[in-house]
Design a protein around this ligand. Structure first.
Ligand SMILES: Nc1nc2c(c(=O)[nH]1)N[C@H]1C(S)=C(S)[C@@H](COP(=O)(O)OP(=O)(O)OC[C@H]3O[C@@H](n4cnc5c(=O)[nH]c(N)nc54)[C@H](O)[C@@H]3O)O[C@H]1N2
Ligand SMILES: Nc1nc2c(c(=O)[nH]1)N[C@H]1C(S)=C(S)[C@@H](COP(=O)(O)OP(=O)(O)OC[C@H]3O[C@@H](n4cnc5c(=O)[nH]c(N)nc54)[C@H](O)[C@@H]3O)O[C@H]1N2
Ligand SMILES: [Mo]
Length: 767
């Protein structure tokens, strides 16, 4: 008999068909107009090949504990231990480090997307457990967005404009006349949503935008960042120069005297500072179309024409999150805000600016007004944190000074790292630098279902089950359904659920009662659902089904808001609805940043050359964009069906312009080597005119597989090449998209990356 079990992942909801304990099919969620093909890859989780099947400890660490040779990580064999032994070792390490060095020496930032389940959420449970034992050093902001929210909190008072609460796509589809897109608005990235998603709506919205005849302009180095059927104009900009275009557009509006002076006076502060810069008062360079054209590689006439249109039509400016994942990543979001303000569009239906549409499936979609289900971390006994992407800096410089949001701070002296549900050897920049930093802590614990590049480099390995092997529920502020995640198969090997693992460690630490509050798995899931259901009924008079009905049907609709114009109330009456900024208004010139005097984040939005870009002394080099992979989420399910469909010759594909390929003797399908001073990797060349000249695009997520003595990564992981610097002294975000590389045909032998990974893994496993 076939059982049908509702389940969900970050890429969507689905029903798993199970017969005799085996998965025999995966069907998309009936309410999803555009299901992701990645749902079919989940069968890969049920294969043992790359799973961690039992608790293990690195040989050298077992012998010498905190005195082990840490360079043995990643090359020494693992020794199997019982669960009892493993949880005992983990609890003892937590106690030892807390006692000898203080809880700030335990790093549990543990960034990562883990499973979408809101109950077995690995990093939340890790923090909950540690908060009951004195706390830990955590992280602030995300790899997705850091420079962006830091500047938005300063200039708009909060980060709603990039969190899915700028104008909804409903209002854009209804009111906008000009839609200026920086980066992407792509079904590729809209497949995913943090915490799961019921229905994917982006393409429906784009169809409505097309049918209303909205003029759409795509400013991006990659034509496929918007579906071709949208029929947009493509402006193939040089990467990392968008701020010059935004300021050139703003400068043209000011030069022709068309700025909305009334709006600037009523709703902004420091506009004089910005207008002076645009007129060239400081540097003698008026920011005009003629100024922006050579920087961006675009034409001045088109910029001039667009500047007028932004003022004379209802115009909406969007920018992908990718733009702020770059050196000076604060500037594109600030400059876009300034341009929308100068055009007088903020607070009008279908006008203004917003960030991240399409970056995740729910940004701009109807947003949940109710409470979405979430496990709590509890109170934090200590307030120690780093900006998320400063992990290598922290490990390499204990006690070292840095700045964040205008504060002078110091890195903690971390002795113990505990990672659950993330893969830094996928997500962090400059992996060779991270490898060095990874030799610093005394002990590293990794809890993951998969034998990832990070897991390989652990001292203590704890095998978590995948979401398929336990019960959970999914839900999110940006998804209009709460979804059931029923258990599909029995755990593989000795794998245990994240909750059970942390509960066992809490038991060792004497905190289990507070950790589990007397609830088991189903008790918690029911409790989290009921909290959302009660809130919807009480606050919104919205009836959600009772728990048993929800669990049986697999989904429950939540109360949502469809039409929303960001800052409409503020525009109407700025005094009655002040923003939480230094002036209560939109900050276009900042007193605080003027006092701080950072050269890389000045007092008004400004074009500042990034550390690496095509306008510098690029010469032979190409600008590398390492965007999100189409066939998977980051490094998850990398060997799944949808992910393999995007590879060629067993390797990731790097997209190159035909002219750049020809100049290097590269043909389509050839194995190529990408390299710079930081590292090197292989990829298969995909030659296409959808990429702007001078640009190479290699998706993230291939499993880091350095081969031989050279360290050449066989898999095509762009993070061996990327730059590990903070976006600025103010934001400290990651700068992944600021990166120059060289590319050449690969002469030598090129083993299949997936096979090579398995061979390397076999050498680490107990004989
Ligand atoms: N060059 C470059 N680098 C980037 C980016 C870029 O644009 N360019 N983008 C960045 C961005 S936006 C992000 S968000 C990061 C993503 O980086 P990560 O979030 O670290 O990437 P994932 O591959 O999703 O890692 C999740 C891990 O959780 C594990 N996992 C899955 N389910 C469970 C579970 O139930 N329990 C436990 N314990 N573990 C589980 C998976 O096996 C996987 O190892 O990458 C960043 N890195
Ligand atoms: N399928 C799939 N979907 C995902 C993910 C995934 O791993 N797989 N990851 C999810 C996560 S965690 C996040 S944070 C989001 C990220 O969402 P985004 O940040 O929007 O996604 P990216 O693919 O990194 O970048 C989008 C596009 O921005 C363009 N771009 C890059 N740099 C520049 C620039 O300097 N100027 C201009 N004009 N354009 C530029 C690139 O052409 C790129 O294709 O995606 C989410 N969606
Ligand atoms: Mo992200």
């Amino acid at each position: 008999m076939i059982r049908r079990i509702p389940h969900c992942s970050h890429w969507g909801a689905y029903t798993v068909l199970v017969e005799d304990g085996r998965i025999v099919g995966v069907e998309p969620f009936a309410h999803d107009p555009a299901p992701s093909p990645v749902i079919r890859s989940v069968t890969e989780w049920a294969k043992p090949d790359r799973r961690i099947l039992r608790p293990m400890v690195r040989e050298g660490w077992l012998a010498a504990r905190e005195h082990s040779d840490r360079r043995g990580r990643g090359s020494e064999r693992f020794v199997p231990v019982s669960w009892d032994e493993a949880t005992g070792l983990v609890a003892a390490e937590i106690s030892r480090v807390a006692q000898d060095h203080g809880n700030a020496s335990i790093f549990a930032g543990s960034y990562g997307w883990t499973s979408c389940g809101r109950f077995h959420h690995a990093s939340t449970l890790l923090k909950r457990m540690l908060n009951l034992s004195g706390g830990y050093t955590g992280h602030v902001d995300t790899y997705s967005i850091a420079a962006g929210p830091v500047i938005l909190r300063h200039i708009l008072g909060d980060e709603r404009a990039c969190g899915g609460q700028s104008n909804t796509l409903d209002t854009i589809a209804e009111h906008s006349e000009t839609l200026l897109i920086f980066g992407a608005m792509s079904p590729r990235t809209a497949q995913s949503e943090a915490g799961g998603i019921g229905a994917h709506y982006l393409e429906d919205y784009l169809r409505r935008i097309v049918s209303r005849g909205v003029r759409v302009i795509l400013v991006s180095p990659f034509r496929d960042d918007l579906p071709d059927w949208v029929g947009a104009e493509w402006w193939p900009i040089r990467p990392n120069t968008d701020v010059a275009l935004m300021l050139g557009l703003a400068g043209e509006i000011v030069r022709t005297g068309r700025q909305d002076t009334a709006f600037l006076e009523r709703c902004t502060s420091g506009a004089d500072r910005l207008l002076a810069y645009l007129r060239g008062a400081d540097d003698g360079l008026p920011k005009t179309a003629d100024w922006a054209a050579p920087i961006t590689g675009l034409t001045a006439g088109a910029i001039r024409e667009l500047a007028q249109r932004l003022v004379t039509t209802r115009s909406m400016i969007t920018a992908s999150w990718a733009l702020q994942r770059a050196h000076h990543g604060e500037q594109p979001f600030w400059a876009a805000t300034a341009l929308a303000a100068i055009a007088g569009q903020i607070g009008l239906p279908g006008g203004g600016m917003g960030f991240g549409y399409g970056s995740l499936g729910g940004v701009g979609a109807p947003y949940v007004t109710g409470k979405s289900p979430a496990m709590t971390q509890g109170n934090r006994p200590i307030d120690s944190y780093i900006p998320v992407a400063r992990i290598s800096d922290m490990l390499l410089n204990p006690g070292g000074a840095y700045t964040y949001q205008g504060e002078d701070r110091r890195y903690p002296d971390v002795r113990l790292v505990y990672w659950a549900g993330g893969n830094p050897f996928h997500h962090h920049q400059d992996l060779n630098r991270l490898s060095e930093a990874w030799t610093r802590p005394e002990t590293i614990i990794v809890q993951d279902p998969m034998f990832t590049a990070t897991a390989r480099r652990a001292d203590i390995l704890l095998p978590a089950s995948t979401s398929l092997e336990r019960n959970d529920l999914a839900g999110n502020k940006r998804s209009d359904f709460i979804l059931a995640m029923g258990k599909v198969i029995e755990p593989l090997g000795e794998a245990r659920s994240d909750f059970d693992i942390f509960n066992a460690i809490a038991d060792r630490l004497g905190t289990a009662d507070a950790f589990n509050e007397g609830r088991d798995e189903m008790g918690w899931i029911r409790h989290l659902y009921d909290e959302s259901r009660d809130h919807a009924a009480r606050r919104h008079g919205f009836a959600m089904p009772d728990f048993d009905t929800f669990w049986a049907q697999g989904h429950a609709a939540c109360p949502v808001q469809r039409d929303h114009t960001y800052l409409a109330d503020f525009r109407e009456d700025p005094a009655a609805h002040p923003l939480d900024t230094e002036s209560g208004r939109i900050v276009l010139g900042s007193d605080r940043l003027a006092r701080l005097g950072y050269a890389d984040c000045p007092a008004h939005p400004a074009w500042i050359e990034p550390a690496e870009w095509l306008g510098g002394a690029a010469g032979e080099e190409l600008h590398l964009i390492s965007h999100q992979p189409n066939g998977r989420l980051h490094s998850q399910l990398e060997t799944g069906e949808a992910s393999r469909a995007e590879k060629r010759a067993g390797r990731e594909q790097v997209r190159l312009h035909p002219g750049d390929a020809a100049a290097r003797g590269i043909t389509d399908g050839m194995t190529v080597r990408l390299w710079n001073a930081r590292g090197a990797c292989l990829a298969t060349a995909l030659v296409t005119d959808a990429v702007a000249p001078g640009v190479a695009i290699l998706p993230t997520g291939a499993w880091f597989t350095p081969g031989g003595n050279s360290g050449l990564d066989l898999s095509g992981n762009p993070n061996v090449l990327t730059l590990d610097i903070g976006s600025s002294a103010f934001g400290q975000g990651c700068s992944a998209h600021t990166c120059l590389v060289r590319i050449e045909p690969h002469g030598g032998e090129a083993p299949d990356a997936i096979t090579a990974y398995q061979h390397q893994l076999a050498e680490l496993l107990p004989a």
